[in-house]
Design a protein. Structure first.
Ligand code: PMP
Length: 407
């Protein structure tokens, strides 16, 4: 029996279902290992010692590569000095200053721990500011796992979602209709920087949609919230809609902000500073200094090495390589999303039979990617790493062809 199987057996006795949430390997396919023991740069090692080129980056947090020396050095120094104290360390102020300097939209910052904390806190600020109740969100969008936003209704009540009104991503008329339905009671419009729902091809935002939701929020006096938890720190260090010239009232960040260390942030505009100050919003570990030191080192390093350009280069190489391989093996594939947050689906594969088979074959070939959730690249992916990944994907296409035949 593999070490992974033994660990699963033990986990099943002491944890409901053995594992839960987004990292539950049972959701990814039988070939996927559950337990990991190490990572270096863009490689991860599972509990049985198999090494993979990591195209998931721990579902986003790892943006500079595993165990990046600048980040781990900053964390070690902060841990040696003190992490969880009776108040935040000076690094709290330094990080807040760095964020205000890096994100042009930001006049102020509030910290928390997870992406769900940040999206929830952003909506609290919007409600405190407007005195209104309703929130407009895109159908199918993921904004976290609290009762108001978890995609599963188990353990929640209808009341907890009663204040959401849904629209269709990239369809401005549907946002207008949702606003009309909420009859003047809209506190916020929350939107992701691009459409990255699981099981579906991704969709970049249309510039006129982004400008349109900004104008609508202004017209109805609601706060525009961008949930940049997934896109943040990979598309633009100033916030993912900065290249469009559209600035929200509130950005929610987490995931890649501290290269795998636990921290989230909401950044806001001046007019929301007063309402933000009225919240009682806190957590036992929200002010720990080590993740703040990690975030500071991560953002400084991303700036210094032009991490986004590195990710775009790696992502372009991967996308072009995958396209050429698909064509040579006779498959029609759809590659969607920004190149540094990519996904690939097989044309006409509604059942995901091909996608699941191919992803499992990639795993066998030492490439860790995902059959139904977008992937993530990091600044640690060199040309050689991408070429190594492409060797694996090529072999996986060959296995797919042997199993299903070409399109
Ligand atoms: N918003 C988006 C867009 C996300 O992708 C996620 C996490 N996948 C969240 C919010 C929630 O973040 P967390 O899991 O850290 O609470």
């Amino acid at each position: 029996m593999s070490i992974d199987a033994k660990l699963r057996e033990r986990a099943a006795k002491v944890v409901p279902g053995g594992m839960y949430g987004h990292l539950n390997a049972a959701l990814h396919g039988p070939a996927y290992p559950q337990f990991f023991v190490g990572g270096e740069g863009c490689r991860q090692r599972d509990a049985d010692g198999r090494e993979y080129v990591d195209l998931m980056c721990s579902w986003g947090p790892v943006v500079l590569g595993h165990r990046h020396p600048a980040v781990e050095g900053a964390v070690a120094a902060q841990l040696a000095a003190g992490d969880c104290l009776n108040g935040p360390g000076p690094v709290y102020v330094e990080l807040a200053e760095l964020l205000v300097e890096t994100v042009p939209q930001a006049d102020w910052v509030m910290f928390s721990k997870n992406g769900t904390d940040a999206t929830t806190q952003a909506l609290m600020v919007a409600r405190a500011a407007t005195g209104r109740t309703k929130v407009l969100m895109a159908h199918g969008a993921y904004h976290g796992a609290d009762p108001w936003c978890t995609p599963s209704t188990a353990g929640t009540t209808p009341n907890e979602r009663a204040d959401l009104v849904e629209f269709t991503y990239n369809d401005l008329a549907s946002v207008e209709a949702a606003a009309a339905q909420a009859e003047g009671d809209v506190a916020a419009i929350i939107v992701t920087p691009f459409k990255h729902d699981s099981f579906e091809d991704q969709e970049l935002v249309a510039a006129e949609f982004a400008r349109g939701v900004r104008a609508l929020a202004d017209r109805i006096g609601a706060a525009l919230v961008i949930d940049d938890v997934r896109g943040g720190w990979r598309i633009d260090l100033g916030g993912s809609w900065e290249p469009l010239g559209v600035r929200p009232d509130l950005y929610a960040f987490s995931k890649a902000m501290a290269n795998g260390h636990p921290i989230a942030a909401v950044t806001g505009v001046d007019s929301l500073r007063g309402p933000a100050q009225t919240l009682y919003s806190t957590g036992s570990f929200w002010f720990n200094a080590a993740p703040m030191a990690a975030a500071k080192a991560t953002i400084e390093t991303l700036r210094a090495v032009d991490g986004i350009a590195l990710m775009e280069r790696a992502g372009t190489r991967l996308r072009e390589g995958l396209a050429a391989q698909a064509a040579s093996h006779g498959f029609t594939v759809n590659q969607t999303g920004p190149v540094q947050i990519p996904w690939l689906s097989f044309e006409g594969d509604a059942t995901l039979d091909k996608g699941m088979f191919w992803a499992a074959a990639c795993l066998e070939e030492g490439v860790y990617l995902h059959p139904w959730h977008n992937w993530f690249l990091s600044a640690a992916h060199t040309d050689a790493d991408i070429d190594r990944a492409l060797q694996g994907t090529d072999a996986a296409y060959a296995k797919l062809r042997a199993r299903f035949g070409a399109d």
